[in-house]
Design a protein around this ligand. Structure first.
Ligand code: IPE
Ligand code: IPE
Ligand code: MG
Length: 226
C-alpha cells in the first residue's frame, strides 16, 4: 500500500568522483555507471507499479566537459545500446529518449532509432534515457510546437507536448549528495517527492532503491490539499 509509484526519475550523478576516489580516470566511473543502469532498469521492470523510468544520462550543459570525456560518453552509449537489445527484449523494456538528438552523430542516431523500433511493443516498463536533455530546452520546444500547431497554450497541452508526454514524476532520486536539479524535468516534477542520497551512482544498488521506495510509500503527498 502507500503512494503509487508509476513514474520514477533518477539523476545518475557521481561517476567521476567514484573513479577519482579510486585513483582512476573518470571514464572508469562511467563504465561502471552503465552496469548500474542495466541492473536498475532490470529491477524496475520487475516492479509491477513502475511503468516509467526516466534516467538523466547527458544534459544540454554536459557539452561543456572536455572533448575527450564527451567523446568517451558517446562511444560508451553507442556500445551499450548496440549490445543491450537482448536485455531490453528479455525484460520487456521499451527504450525511448527525451532531449534533442539533433547534435548526435549519424551512427549514434541510427543505433538509438534502431533500438526504439525493436523495443516499441515491450510493455513492462518504458525507459526514457535523457540525452542532450535540458528541461528549459524541452519546455521551449514544446511551446514552439504548440504555436506551430495553432494549439491553445494550456497546462494540459504543454504537458502533452513535452518529450515524456503527459507523465508527472512521482519520485525523483539524485545520487552523489548534490542537492540540485540541474535542469532535469522541471515541469514534470512539480509535485514529485524528492530523495537525495550520498551514494555515488556506480555504487547504487537495487537494494538501496527498494529502501528509497519504502520511504516514498510512507510519505504523505498532499498536492496542495490538507
Ligand atoms: C554523472 O556523473 C554522469 C554524467 C553527467 C554523464 P558525473 O560525470 O557528473 O560525475 P561527477 O559528478 O563528476 O562525480
Ligand atoms: C546532471 O549531472 C546531469 C546528469 C546526471 C546527466 P551533472 O554532474 O552534469 O550536474 P551538475 O553540473 O553537478 O549540476
Ligand atoms: Mg556530476
Amino acid at each position: 500500500m502507500g503512494n503509487n509509484l508509476e513514474h520514477l526519475a533518477i539523476i545518475m550523478d557521481g561517476n567521476g568522483r567514484w573513479a577519482q576516489k579510486r585513483g582512476q580516470n573518470r571514464t572508469k566511473g562511467h563504465e561502471k555507471g552503465v552496469e548500474v543502469v542495466r541492473d536498475i532498469t532490470i529491477h524496475c521492470s520487475k516492479i509491477e507499479e513502475i511503468k516509467t523510468l526516466t534516467l538523466y544520462a547527458f544534459s544540454t550543459e554536459n557539452w561543456k566537459r572536455p572533448k575527450l570525456e564527451v567523446n568517451f560518453l558517446m562511444k560508451l552509449l553507442e556500445r551499450y545500446l548496440k549490445n543491450e537489445e537482448p536485455t531490453y527484449m528479455k525484460y520487456g523494456v521499451k527504450f525511448e529518449t527525451i532531449g534533442d538528438l539533433e547534435p548526435f552523430s549519424k551512427g549514434l542516431k541510427k543505433v538509438i532509432n534502431n533500438l526504439k523500433e525493436k523495443t516499441k511493443n515491450n510493455k513492462n516498463l518504458t525507459q526514457y534515457v535523457a540525452l542532450n536533455y535540458g528541461a528549459r530546452d524541452e519546455i521551449t520546444r514544446a511551446v514552439k510546437k504548440l504555436v506551430e500547431d495553432k494549439k491553445e497554450i494550456t497546462q494540459d497541452n504543454i504537458s502533452n507536448y513535452l518529450d515524456t508526454g503527459y507523465s508527472d514524476v512521482d519520485l525523483l532520486i539524485r545520487t552523489s549528495g548534490e542537492l540540485r536539479l540541474s535542469n532535469f524535468l522541471l515541469w514534470q516534477i512539480a509535485y514529485a517527492e524528492l530523495y537525495f542520497t550520498n551514494t555515488l551512482w556506480p555504487d547504487f544498488t537495487p537494494k538501496e532503491l527498494d529502501e528509497i521506495i519504502e520511504n516514498f510509500k510512507k510519505r504523505k503527498r498532499k498536492f496542495g490539499g490538507i
